[in-house]
Design a protein around this ligand. Sequence first.
Ligand code: SF4
Length: 479
Amino acid sequence: MALVAPAPVDRPEPDVIAGPTRLDRALAALGERMARSRHWIMGIQWTVVAIYAVLIVVPTVVTLPGRLDHVWNHVTVFAQFVFWGIWWPGVLLSMILVGRLWCGVLCPEGALTETASRHGLGRALPRWITWKGWPFVAFVSTTIYGQMISVYQYPAPVLVILGGSTGAAIVVGLIWGRDKRVWCRYLCPVSGVFGLVSKLAPVHFRVDRPAWDRWTKPVGTPMPRVDCAPLVPLRTLEGNSACHMCGRCSGFRDAVTLARRSPNREIVHVAGREAKPWETALIVLGLLGVAAGAFRWTASATFIALKQTLAETLVAIGADWALDFTLPWWILTDYPEKNDVMTLLDGASLLGFITGETVLAGVVIGGGLALATLSLGPWRSARFHHLAQALIPLAAVGVILGLSMTTVSLLRADGFALDFVDPLRAATLIGATLWSARLAGSIVALHTPSPARRTLAIAAMALPVTAAAATWATLFWSI
Ligand code: SF4
């Protein structure tokens, strides 16, 4: 008998678990308040723009810090701590807690590109901008380039990468769209990651479709409209991925409300409806491959071995000039006064190491996902991509923990003991692993009613879940 894969049996968890409660009413009221507080939100955005500008520009005009400089007495160390120790881990953590509120209320690039588009040419979007691969390509390129020029250590690379991204956001705003955030929607290097991580948030702007359709315009009033800057199709909005949580649509047509939901709902019940290969690439290759490799290479014995092998090969073929060939600081780290220079050999070893880590993640994690997909019946790429979404908690938490390494090392350098960090890291990683395993189980259950196939698929999913957990565990603890 031919095996015909059954259609997914989707019984969505309700948006509101039990309600409406006082919390539901408070959330709805908060959404309404946001809709009425545009001027306050804009004030907050411009304050962040000012702080951001100071933090990326001022450190480039003062001398580099010495060994005795600290967070509290040198602006560069302070900016380093704020950007990489608090800002980035905090932004990612906020995505898990409140979705993309950062994008809609606080992000300086979002505010600048939207303002630029208000006064720009307002051109229609060319096709190339809407290519779905940009978030992956931009994230991977920025991550690798950041490592090549030591963005965590020096202020000029921060200005090049963050300032360059902000400049590009303004230019895009000046050319395309009117009052819109074309940059944020299609091109921002972290929009793909934010879109993935915000799927875990327990709050969202919920659209009540029947209420939307029932709504009629009061006689004699103009047709209301919502200016959704990241171009979200409001009526069909079903998740946090594209929504910037700006609150402008709250109450629209008596159908949009800030509401709570199960943090599993979007991944289990919404993400599987449309196959998103670029999201899978970002989870498996971008976050669990490139980002993990970028955190790991400086302390890796494999990196040293790779560099040694490459050096011997170069000497053997008579290309030993590459052993001490350097490039300008904006291509490869070059700070001889700090005894910190990357040669062509270092750069090639770095690229080789990150590529190897990415290929390994692709083979092991992608292979496990493929095995689980086949355990569910005939091959369907939509199933493969849906199963990959189960790894989002591990990918997100791993990157937050990786970024927190800078926070911890800067604080330890300033004399803070931080003995609680290792147990906290272990507990967080175990929690993320259990969360991913739970999501994997729920997704598998949607795709087959057969207990035998479920068991097989869950056993197969143990491989990518364990591999993803091991990726981050080995970053902190050598085995
Ligand atoms: S759907 Fe658009 S307008 Fe509504 S909260 Fe999200 S980003 Fe803002």
